[in-house]
Design a binder for this molecule. Structure first.
Ligand SMILES: NC(=O)c1ccc[n+]([C@@H]2O[C@H](COP(=O)([O-])OP(=O)(O)OC[C@H]3O[C@@H](n4cnc5c(N)ncnc54)[C@H](OP(=O)(O)O)[C@@H]3O)[C@@H](O)[C@H]2O)c1
Length: 375
């Protein structure tokens, strides 16, 4: 039986890798819908190749020749899920725009393969509640969380002692802290081991990405953030680890290629072959681990604070999205990104969240607040 797959954010890095995986396994998957924010040209091309009847584009550039099968507007992604009723949604949207689509997926009882970490960071509580209510499986796509998911397979949940997220440390792991202010967008976009979208690449350089992943892991695996460690592992071969009660540690290894966790999520509970060569362990360079420097990477400490209060996680994420965008437009320096995030968290500290609607409102309010701060 073919599985009907909906790929949200199909024009992005995760989306394109997902379609590469599906291209290799056409007999297993049927693509029922694709979506983008603005890139209608690539979206149409993908729709033609995969014979897709329904596409969604949230903010199309220019006029779209509207006809049956094209959904536009801010609610387009959610409407696409309702229309196509797939067996699995792979959410590869970047940023908080992925939250409502993730929530709708689990509300509809559909398996959620989640690359959009922001969904769990800002609305983990609501997504988990709906998933439990509707008995929905959430399968992580983020490589670290996929690694943990794989390590936990077959283990009793009460035997887990600690999660260990690995981090490449980004391109600025070794340059003196005083020089971070001079980092340009071009330098920050050159990630040493992974090829990804712009926001996550900049977030990897500030380590905000790892901060978001700590919160994502705490929701996905019901762990207290104090039991989630981060180790810098520059080779990006071990994607994360789990320590159990008896002190045994299980790790998942592989090439730093998102096709592996994407295949795992799409094929789960089975593994699908990929087109990658075998990883020859004897050729792997020395595997190293270092503790992250909290002074150089303040984003990790901020994220641990944010994990204690859902509203802070929402503010941290939205402020970071705005600050990263401002850095890419050369309006702020690299070392101001986290300063601005922290200032937004302080300024909006007393906001509260009681519903998914509150998250959407707070996300919007934070963006406005952060833009003013930057001005
Ligand atoms: N890339 C990776 O290797 C990787 C690894 C682990 C986790 N992730 C996570 O996966 C997610 C996607 O990352 P990415 O690197 O693939 O990002 P990306 O290359 O920037 O792609 C983002 C995708 O989302 C769409 N999009 C952006 N804003 C949207 C909006 N407001 N409404 C609807 N669609 C929107 C984009 O459409 P347009 O093309 O039209 O702009 C594009 O299809 C992020 O949450 C990231 O943290 C990525």
């Amino acid at each position: 039986m073919k599985r009907n797959v909906l790929v949200l954010g199909s024009t992005g890095s995760i989306g394109r890798s997902t379609l590469e995986v599906i291209r290799m396994h056409r007999s297993r998957f049927n693509v029922v819908g694709l979506s983008a924010n603005a890139n209608i040209e690539l979206l149409m091309k993908q729709a033609k190749e995969f014979n897709v009847d329904m596409i969604a584009v949230s903010s199309p550039k220019g006029t779209v020749d509207k006809h049956e099968g094209i959904i536009t507007g801010q609610n387009a992604q959610v409407e696409l899920i309702r229309h196509t009723k797939p067996d699995i949604v792979l959410n590869g949207i970047s940023g908080s725009a992925g939250f409502l689509p993730s929530l709708e997926t689990v509300r509809m009882g559909i398996t959620l393969a989640i690359a959009n970490k922001e969904s769990m960071v800002i609305g983990g509580r609501f997504i988990k509640e709906e998933a439990a209510k509707n008995d929905v499986q959430i399968i992580p796509v983020d490589s670290e969380h996929s690694a943990i998911f794989q390590c936990l397979r077959g283990e009793a949940s009460n035997s887990v002692k600690r999660l260990i997220l690995t981090a490449s440390g980004g391109p600025f792991r070794d340059i003196p802290k005083e020089k971070l202010g001079g980092v340009t967008p071009e330098m920050a976009l050159r990630h040493p081991t992974w090829s990804m979208g712009k926001r996550i690449t900049i977030d990897s350089a500030t380590m905000m990405n790892k901060g978001l992943e700590i919160i994502e892991a705490s929701w996905l695996f019901d762990m207290d953030v104090k039991d989630i460690d981060v180790w810098i592992h520059p080779q990006s071969i071990i994607h994360s680890m789990v320590e159990f009660e008896d002190t045994s540690i299980k790790a998942q290894m592989g090439f730093p290629d998102m096709k592996i966790p994407i295949s795992y999520a799409l094929g789960w509970p089975f593994r699908l072959p990929t087109d990658l060569p075998s990883l020859e362990v004897s050729n792997v360079p020395a595997i190293e681990f270092f503790p992250p420097d909290p002074d150089r990477f303040p984003a990790l400490g901020l994220a641990r604070q944010a994990a204690a209060k859902p509203q802070l996680a929402c503010i941290m994420n939205a402020a970071d999205e705005v600050a990263v965008d401002a850095f890419l437009r050369r309006r702020i320096h690299f070392d101001q990104i986290i300063e601005i995030v922290e200032a937004s968290m302080e300024g909006l500290y007393n906001e509260e969240i009681h519903s998914p609607e509150d998250i959407v409102m707070l996300d919007k309010k934070t963006r406005e607040y952060t833009r003013k701060l930057i001005k």
